[in-house]
Design a protein around this ligand. Structure first.
Ligand code: ZN
Length: 258
């Protein structure tokens, strides 16, 4: 945990991807004790976001060797490495049970990873239009643009003004139910901006099993409306707790790997 003093009126806590480093900026005039209390009150929030971040970054360390097991929509697929060509190219084969990776001589691990990513992107792109169409009919909304990219802190995002939805490429590895949940979640924002009761009611009505999918994802999904997961948690300090010990808190922070 890193604490910075600033000319500011409020405490700002940020959990940074990918490791979940915690940065705190606090008003210069605020006492250590009061700051400690404020941080302690946000510990639940900090833990939640760190857990979420850890869940996001579960991409396995792969060597991209022949016979290796990869995941596509939560299912195991076998990697078949075929030498030839230049660079690396990958495609899904045999009813999505095999990913063929064609690699040229001296192709780097990054090159192979990029080829697999491209393969996932193409495959996702192939199934998204139909899926979106299905949910457009159910929800009664129109998505103008549906795009995929790698995101470190969100599973999806929705720009309601231009009706553009971004989905995290990492969803290619997660079970299909997760992909569907994130898509429906984002599309539901075209009806309801926040995550309040009205929003949940939409999900309950259209995708009753959304809570299971969300749990499976190991994350809430994201925060829509431009507020990333690692966004600030503003907190006003109230009633300092005298028994609190800032040193103790710092130790706890470290033991959690911050
Ligand atoms: Zn949302």
């Amino acid at each position: 945990m890193e604490v910075t003093r600033r000319q500011t009126k409020s405490i700002r806590i940020v959990v940074e991807p990918p490791e979940g480093r915690v940065r705190v900026s606090a008003p210069r005039q605020l006492g250590d004790l009061a700051l400690g209390v404020a941080i302690q009150r946000r510990l639940g929030w900090i833990r939640k976001h760190r857990t979420r971040m850890a869940a996001m970054d579960r991409s396995p360390c792969l060597g991209y060797v022949d016979g290796e097991r990869l995941r596509w929509l939560g299912l195991e697929v076998e990697l078949r490495v075929v030498p030839g060509g230049r660079g690396a190219k990958a495609r899904l084969l045999e009813d999505d049970r095999i990913i063929e990776l064609r690699v040229g001589k001296g192709c780097s691990l990054e090159g192979k990873a990029a080829a697999i990513g491209k393969c996932y992107r193409t495959a996702l792109k192939g199934l998204l239009p139909e899926l979106a169409e299905k949910w457009e009919a159910v929800l009664g909304v129109k998505v103008w643009e549906l795009r995929i990219k790698t995101m470190r802190t969100r599973w999806g995002s929705c720009n309601t003004k231009v009706r553009r939805i971004w989905l995290n490429l990492e969803l290619a590895r997660r079970p299909f139910a997760c992909l569907e949940y994130v898509l429906v979640h984002e599309m539901a924002h075209l009806i309801e901006r926040g995550h309040g009761p009205a929003f949940k009611a939409i999900l309950d009505r259209c995708l009753p099993e959304w809570r299971t999918a969300k749990k499976l994802l190991g994350a809430e999904g994201h925060r829509a409306q431009g507020s990333p997961l690692h966004g600030a948690a503003g907190d006003k300090v109230q009633s300092p707790l005298n028994s609190w010990n800032p040193v103790h808190l710092r130790k706890r922070g470290r033991s959690q790997g911050s």
